[in-house]
Write a protein that binds this ligand. Structure first.
Ligand code: ATP
Length: 238
């Protein structure tokens, strides 16, 4: 079996004496769409912060494309193709929608391909096309989430990591965002999706991990997790 694009092995993350992540192992192969689900406080965001370099792991290793990541900063990880859309989005409020999209491509020099890709992203997000020249801070929460996703795609990542894209959005917006996430998956992007909305996350991915109190408690094919009585009771409200 070829080596996975992302390999997290026995990762632990601490905040002082608090252990947020405990010996977590997780893989994502090239072209795969994988979800990490778990309740509030399970340790999902802490895992992602260690992955992108915002937090230092207290134990374990993370390899991306066969290379260890621990000595690389967040910027170098992005250069290697690891792009994350954080919880809370973080678009540049005073910059226009178009300028925000361009910032996602700042490592690229291929101007024609950049223009083509902006067109494709705007086809996916017609809301953004109508507001291209407006400051991003004036967009609704859902539109900002779309913009953050579009901006991450502009870097042409090898692995796209989404932290709770449905967070705080109206159901109709969540539906739209997930429709685009499905399209992004179909376009061949490798995805790691972190979500509290377990049903949607398991519907758009092939494989999933369930996290509880810092540990992986269950893993398997998403369709099997959707049928799992424990998952249904704890995460699907059934
Ligand atoms: P959420 O869905 O709320 O983002 P999560 O699954 O992403 O939850 P984390 O944010 O990773 O969970 O938190 C995991 C644990 O670490 C929780 O017990 C949380 O209280 C704790 N924690 C998170 N950030 C800090 C911090 N800066 N200082 C101390 N403890 C923290």
């Amino acid at each position: 079996m070829p080596e996975a694009l992302l390999q997290i092995l026995d990762l632990s993350v601490h905040y002082g004496a608090i252990e947020a992540v405990n010996a977590l192992s997780l893989n994502v192969a090239e072209g795969e769409h994988v979800t990490l689900i778990g309740a509030n406080g399970a340790g999902k965001t802490s895992t992602l912060k260690a992955l992108t370099g915002l937090l230092t792991a207290s134990a374990g290793t993370i390899h991306f494309d066969g290379q260890p990541l621990h000595s690389l900063g967040a910027h170098q990880r992005l250069q290697r193709g690891l792009a994350m859309v954080p919880e809370g989005r973080g678009v540049f409020a005073r910059m226009s929608v178009l300028e925000n999209l361009h910032t996602g491509a700042y490592l690229r020099r291929d101007t024609t391909a950049i223009a083509d890709q902006i067109e494709r992203i705007l086809d996916w997000f017609p809301h953004l096309r109508r507001r291209l020249e407006q400051p991003a801070g004036l967009l609704s929460g859902g539109e900002q989430q779309m913009l953050a996703l579009g901006r991450a795609l502009m870097s042409r990542p090898r692995l796209l990591v989404l932290d709770e894209p449905s967070m705080g959005l109206a159901p109709v917006m969540v539906e739209k965002i997930f429709a685009v996430i499905s399209e992004v998956c179909r376009s061949g992007m490798t995805l790691l999706l972190v979500e509290q909305n377990a049903r949607l996350a398991l519907q758009v991915t092939e494989r999933g991990y369930v996290m509880d109190s810092g540990r992986i408690t269950l893993q398997g094919a998403s369709r099997e997790l959707l049928e799992d009585p424990q998952v249904r009771a704890a995460y699907l409200g059934e």
